[in-house]
Write a protein that binds this ligand. Structure first.
Ligand SMILES: [Zn+2]
Length: 116
């Protein structure tokens, strides 16, 4: 499953990020998912839950934010794309995708050891 391997990658990023900090508990992880990344947010959340079960990150909430796809084309078109716009909606040519295909960890909410 596509989402499962993505969730594994996200957990790896979280591990690396919190490694050097006195983190007691991971509260939530916010992930940005591009509109064209072909990711099902519910499956991604479920995979994250399965992977973190029994780990120090168990119980952390995954928040998925969808990033709209924006493209720029030779014909002058520049703007948001619909879900089915695999070519330029104006001229039918190939566009340059400015955003909307990537998946990245945007924010981690953690509880630190030295906090009351
Ligand atoms: Zn075009």
């Amino acid at each position: 499953m596509h989402e499962f391997s993505l969730a594994c990658g996200i957990v790896d990023v979280v591990k690396e990020t919190v490694e050097s900090q006195p983190v007691k508990r991971l509260i939530s992880v916010t992930v940005e998912v591009g509109q064209l990344a072909m990711v099902n947010p519910e499956q991604l959340k479920f995979s994250f839950e399965v992977i973190t079960e029994g780990s120090p990150f168990e119980g952390a909430e995954m928040i998925v934010e969808t990033i709209p796809a924006v493209a720029k084309c030779m014909c002058g078109f520049e703007g948001a794309l619909g879900d089915e716009d695999y070519v330029c909606p104006k001229c039918g040519g190939f566009y340059e995708l400015l955003s909307g295909r990537d998946i990245s960890v945007k924010h981690l909410e953690v509880e630190l050891e030295d906090e009351g």
